[in-house]
Design a protein around this ligand. Structure first.
Ligand SMILES: C[S@@+](CC[C@H](N)C(=O)[O-])C[C@H]1O[C@@H](n2cnc3c(N)ncnc32)[C@H](O)[C@@H]1O
Length: 265
């Protein structure tokens, strides 16, 4: 089944689980955007930021699937009245061309979006963007930074830690693939390149709460949401657990591939 799917999807970053990952991403981001919409009406002076650190090609034409950037834009256009400042990052030149072509052919001129595309490494982007952002404005920004790495996420976790320092009210989310993390943890090659364990990566991120979503499918697809917002019953309804809770610890330690566990109360 996997090989026939892979024949249909010509992108190496696309797998049999990509449509399911997109389905889950849509559900989470829809909830997040609805919460932002409530904030917007309550405190209408607030501004919103959305950053996709691993945008991908925008659209997998062979399997007719939109990627995270355009899933997000469809949600914002469909359900929200606030207009976030949006940044889409992609470091591969060919993939970047596909990403921007898709925008030009399908979105440009349709909505009054505040979107910037960046052909750049996400860690370089995080350094430059956060360093140059007005500290006063950053303090009052809400929103989301999303990372969807292909491997263990070394650059992405480092980039997220920079965003956490600069934007205290902006949530961070990373797509995790347990099977990938296990492979990286066991590989001498990734260890030699300064790769840390998942437990060490989350220590880099200065947020009060870490919520982990129950893993789905054989590849253990999960999402880690890092936030300073401590009231999160709506996330629990879609399968997120505080990593300090018993269930959250179990999920996190399994994905992090730590036999003794690295999260304790
Ligand atoms: C798993 S794919 C992302 C897929 C997309 N988010 C989706 O919804 O299908 C990861 C993407 O990140 C890009 N990428 C990998 N490392 C990067 C880095 N350091 N900076 C920016 N982009 C990177 C890859 O070229 C690839 O297109």
């Amino acid at each position: 089944m996997e090989s026939s799917f892979q024949n249909r999807c010509n992108h190496p970053e696309c797998s049999i689980n990509t449509p399911m990952k997109h389905y889950d991403f849509k559900k989470i981001v829809l909830l997040h955007s609805k919460i932002c919409e409530r904030m917007y009406h309550k405190y209408n002076y607030r501004k919103f930021l959305y950053v996709d650190l691993n945008s991908g090609p925008g659209y997998y034409s062979d399997i007719k699937e939109k990627c995270s950037p355009y899933i997000y834009l469809d949600i914002i256009h469909g359900y929200c009245s606030f207009k976030p400042e949006i940044h889409f990052i992609e470091n591969n030149a060919d993939i970047y061309t596909d990403l921007t072509d898709f925008y030009r052919n399908n979105y440009q001129g349709t909505f009054n979006d505040n979107i910037r595309f960046h052909k750049s490494g996400n860690l370089d982007f995080a350094h430059e963007f956060c360093y140059n952002y007005s500290q006063h404005n950053a303090k009052w920004m809400f929103g989301l930074v999303f990372a969807d790495p292909m491997g263990a996420g070394k650059d992405e976790f480092n980039a997220l830690s920079i965003f956490a320092e600069t934007f205290p009210h902006v949530d961070l989310m990373i797509h995790l693939q347990g099977a990938n993390i296990k492979r990286c943890n066991m590989s001498p090659k990734t260890n030699a390149t300064g790769h840390l364990s998942l437990c060490e990566y989350i220590d880099l991120i200065d947020k009060k709460k870490f919520l982990i979503r129950t893993p789905h499918y054989k590849q253990q697809h999960s999402f880690l949401l890092c936030t300073n917002w401590c009231d999160y019953p709506e996330y629990q309804k879609i399968g997120f657990y505080d990593i300090k809770s018993k269930k959250g610890q179990e999920i996190f330690n399994d994905i992090a591939f730590k036999k003794g566990g690295c999260i304790d109360n």
